[in-house]
Design a protein around this ligand. Structure first.
Ligand SMILES: NC(=O)c1ccc[n+]([C@@H]2O[C@H](COP(=O)([O-])OP(=O)(O)OC[C@H]3O[C@@H](n4cnc5c(N)ncnc54)[C@H](OP(=O)(O)O)[C@@H]3O)[C@@H](O)[C@H]2O)c1
Length: 224
């Protein structure tokens, strides 16, 4: 069975997930971040794009009451750009890291990742990047029932475009970042006509002090 895919990122009220220099820690407040750690625990795997690893060097672990745990951690990295010094490849949970890549990852990079104890899975490529439909099929074959995509904007855009997302959520923080060069929550090239917009339904919301977390189901095949 295909995994359930949940997407969530934290954004400013004007829809930015980072400043123009790539700073994103922290947009959301402590209360909503604590909730996110609970959410991470609900999903079998967590996934980010390689730019997020390059920029933030995240741990993608579940931290609660001073304890740290980890489910499967995935990186979409078509060309082998993941820094070999990244926490995902070097911490105590590195055997739970899977780097999904394509034929474009050089063999010596693959070997170095494997020698650290993480996994590498080569997938089909689509326009030079990991083919997300293939990724979901492989995750289904690995019996991964659910995936939490935590950004960034390019991977969020691509996963929406590939129609693999079931639930879309945002944590909205009471701040304005601004700037054309600051990344928005959905990257990619966007749409030309509103009739092609991705539609959402069944809203749920929850306040975490001044942060608002909004969650919707994605309407599949939802062109008007
Ligand atoms: N506020 C938040 O909650 C939050 C969360 C996460 C990240 N961030 C911020 O977001 C920024 C990074 O976001 P980003 O949009 O630049 O990058 P991203 O989505 O993290 O990563 C994009 C990269 O993923 C790789 N990739 C592999 N397969 C892909 C596919 N099918 N479609 C799209 N990308 C694919 C591509 O690199 P290759 O072509 O080399 O594979 C692409 O450049 C950072 O500044 C980070 O701090 C914020």
């Amino acid at each position: 069975m295909k995994p359930i895919v949940f997407v969530k990122a934290a954004m400013s009220l004007d829809g930015k997930i980072a400043t123009k220099t790539g700073e994103s820690q922290w947009i959301s407040n402590e209360a909503s971040r604590a909730y996110v750690h609970g959410l991470r625990a609900e999903y079998a795997a967590i996934c980010v794009g390689v730019e997020t690893v390059i920029q933030d060097d995240p741990r993608l672990t579940i931290r609660h009451d001073g304890k740290e745990d980890c489910h499967i951690r995935m990186v979409l990295d078509s060309k082998g750009r993941i820094p070999l010094t990244s926490k995902l490849l070097n911490d105590d949970f590195r055997s739970q890291t899977i780097v999904f890549t394509t034929q474009h990852m050089p063999l010596n990079i693959e070997q170095q990742i494997l020698s650290k104890g993480a996994r590498v899975i080569r997938l089909k490529d689509q326009d030079g990047r990991v083919d997300l439909k293939d990724w979901i099929d492989v995750c289904a074959n690995l019996n991964i029932p659910s995936i939490y995509i935590e950004g960034g904007g390019e991977v969020i855009a691509a996963s929406l475009k590939a129609e693999i997302v079931d639930i879309f959520a945002v944590a909205i923080a009471p701040m304005i970042i601004g700037g054309q060069d600051a990344k928005g929550i959905v990257g990619g090239s966007g749409i030309e006509h509103l009739k092609d917009a991705i539609r959402l339904k069944n809203p749920k919301y929850r306040w975490f002090e001044d942060d608002l977390i909004l969650e919707y189901h994605v309407v599949k095949g939802n062109k008007q």
